[in-house]
Design a protein around this ligand. Structure first.
Ligand SMILES: [Ca+2]
Length: 456
C-alpha cells in the first residue's frame, strides 16, 4: 500500500474520531519474483553445496512449497499458464512462439487484475517470455528490460561446451560486478523502486534471467564453486530406459558427447548463476525491509519450471519428469500463521493467480483453473489437492503427467511409453513400474485422473 495514503487515512481517522478505517483499506503490495529455469538446487531445499542464503531467508520467513508443479515445463507455455491462471489446454500455448492473446484475447492476466483494481503495476526483466513479441501492454503501467553493460559481456573465462553445436550451451565468468549484468540492473531498479514514494499500492514484478543459459555471472560467483567441491550426477545402474520422446533427438546426442569435465563445467556454471541470482534477490528483499514495507507486502517467488542437470542424460527442461515439472515456490504473507514451516502438499502454478489475488482481497475472474492455497499458509499440513498435472506436446502428440503425493504417472495420447514412478521408494524416478501387473489398479486410477484433467 501507499505509506503516504496509509498515514493520510490514519490522520483523518484521528481527526474525525473514526474507530476503524471508514475507507476501504488499500490492499497489500505485491512483490512477484520470477526466476528462469531454476530447479530446486537451493540450500533451503536441502542441496548440500549450492549457496542461496537469501532465498533460504525467504523460506524461513515465509513458506517453502516442496511439491509445487508447473503446468508446462518450459518458458512461454508455463508463464502463459500461471499469469492467466489457465491450464495449457485453455491458453493453447505449448511453444515459445505463440502469444496467449492470440488465443484468448480478452483474458485478464494477474498483473492486469491488479492494475484494473487501482494498483501501479511495474515489470522489470522477464515476466512474460522475452522482451518484445511476448509483451502485454494491458498488464503494466511501466516496463523495463535491462540489458547489462558492455563490460559485463566481457569474460575472464568461459567457452561453448559443445564446440558450437548448441549455441546456447555456453558459460562465462564475466568481468565487472553484479550491475554489469541484466539481473544486477533489475535488482538495482527494484531497490530504487521500493525506496520511492508510492501513491498507490504496487504490484512489482521482477523477472530474473539466470540460471537460464547462457550461463553468465560475475567471476566471484564461479569462484565459490571450485570444481573439486562438486560431484557429478550418475544415473543409477539399472535405471529404466528413457523413452526417446521424453529425452532424445539431436540435442541428446550432443549431450551424450559431453566429457566429465564438460559436465562439471555445466553444473558449476549453473550453480554459479543460481548463487548470483540469489544475491540479487537478497538486495530486493533487503529493500522491502529497509523501506518498512515488510508488514504490508506479499512476496511470491517462483521459477517457471525445473531443469535436468544430467539426469537421464539431459541438460535442459521440457520433460515430464520431476526434474522439469517441479519448481521452487516460496510465499510470504504478512499475516500468515505458519511462517518458517515448509509445506509438502501438492500445489500447482495455476493456483498462484487465485492465491495472490485472494490474499490481496481482489476478486479473481470467474473460470480460473486453480484454487487458492492461502489456507496452507496458516495450516500447511491440512489435506489438500489430490493431484498436480503437467503436459508437453511432441509434434502432434500430447503427453501428460499426473503427480500425487506418492506417484508420478506419464501417459501419451497415442498410448505408447507410459511411465509410473513410486516416489515413496524412488524419488529419482529411476524405476518405471508401468508394466508391473501389481500396479494395474494404481495406473487405472491415475490414468482416469489424467483424462478428467483434460480441458476440451
Ligand atoms: Ca524458463
Amino acid at each position: 500500500m501507499s505509506r503516504y495514503r496509509g498515514v493520510l487515512v490514519s490522520s483523518l481517522g484521528l481527526v474525525l474520531g473514526w474507530a476503524g478505517s471508514a475507507l476501504a483499506a488499500p490492499g497489500p503490495n505485491v512483490l512477484f519474483i520470477a526466476i528462469d529455469d531454476l530447479r530446486t538446487d537451493l540450500g533451503c531445499y536441502g542441496h548440500p553445496v549450492v549457496k542461496t542464503p537469501h532465498m533460504d531467508r525467504l523460506s524461513r520467513r515465509g513458506m517453502r512449497f516442496d511439491r509445487a508443479y508447473v503446468q508446462v515445463s518450459f518458458c512461454n507455455p508455463s508463464r502463459s499458464s500461471f499469469l492467466t491462471g489457465l491450464r495449457p489446454d485453455a491458453t493453447r500455448v505449448l511453444n515459445n512462439e505463440d502469444h496467449f492473446r492470440k488465443n484468448i484475447p480478452d483474458v485478464v492476466t494477474l498483473p492486469q487484475l491488479f492494475r484494473e483494481a487501482g494498483y501501479h503495476t511495474s515489470r522489470l526483466g522477464k515476466i512474460y517470455h522475452g522482451a518484445g513479441d511476448m509483451e502485454d501492454p494491458k498488464s503494466w503501467d511501466a516496463v523495463e528490460y535491462p540489458k547489462g553493460t558492455p563490460l559485463g559481456k566481457e569474460k575472464h573465462e568461459g567457452r561453448n561446451l559443445t564446440g558450437g553445436k548448441l549455441k546456447w550451451c555456453t558459460w562465462a565468468s564475466a568481468k565487472g560486478g553484479d550491475e554489469d549484468q541484466p539481473d544486477g540492473e533489475i535488482a538495482a531498479k527494484a531497490v530504487a523502486f521500493l525506496a520511492g514514494r508510492h501513491d498507490k499500492p504496487f504490484f512489482l514484478a521482477a523477472g530474473f534471467h539466470k540460471p537460464h543459459d547462457p550461463f553468465v555471472a560475475p567471476k566471484a560467483y564461479f569462484d565459490m564453486y571450485p570444481p573439486e567441491s562438486l560431484r557429478l550426477h550418475r544415473d543409477p545402474p539399472g535405471a529404466s530406459p528413457t523413452p526417446e520422446r521424453q529425452v532424445g533427438g539431436a540435442t541428446k546426442k550432443v549431450f551424450d558427447a559431453f566429457t566429465d569435465r564438460e559436465r562439471l563445467e555445466f553444473q558449476r556454471a549453473y550453480h554459479a548463476c543460481t548463487t548470483f541470482v540469489d544475491a540479487q534477490i537478497g538486495k530486493v528483499l533487503d529493500a522491502v525491509e529497509k523501506n518498512g514495507l515488510g508488514g504490508n507486502t506479499l512476496i511470491f517467488l517462483l521459477s517457471d519450471h525445473g531443469y535436468h542437470l544430467g539426469e537421464r542424460g539431459w541438460w535442459n527442461k521440457t520433460t515430464l519428469y520431476e526434474y522439469s515439472c517441479r519448481s521452487p515456490l516460496m510465499v510470504y504473507a504478512p499475516g500468515m500463521k505458519a511462517k518458517g514451516t515448509p509445506c509438502s502438499r501438492l500445489v500447482e502454478f495455476v493456483d498462484v493467480y487465485p492465491t495472490v489475488a485472494g490474499l490481496a482481497g481482489l476478486k479473481a475472474p470467474a473460470g480460473l483453473h486453480g484454487r487458492s492455497f492461502a489456507p496452507l499458509l496458516d495450516d500447511p499440513a491440512q489435506p489438500w489437492k489430490e493431484a498436480a498435472f503437467s503436459q508437453v506436446r511432441r509434434g502432434q502428440v500430447m503427453g501428460r503427467t499426473v503427480r500425487t503425493e506418492r506417484w508420478r504417472y506419464v501417459e501419451w495420447e497415442d498410448g505408447a511409453d507410459p511411465e509410473l514412478f513410486d516416489h515413496d521408494a524412488d524419488a529419482g524416478e529411476w524405476k518405471n513400474l508401468a508394466a508391473e501387473p501389481a500396479q494395474a489398479t494404481t495406473i487405472a486410477r491415475l490414468s482416469a485422473l489424467l483424462r478428467a484433467s483434460v480441458i476440451r
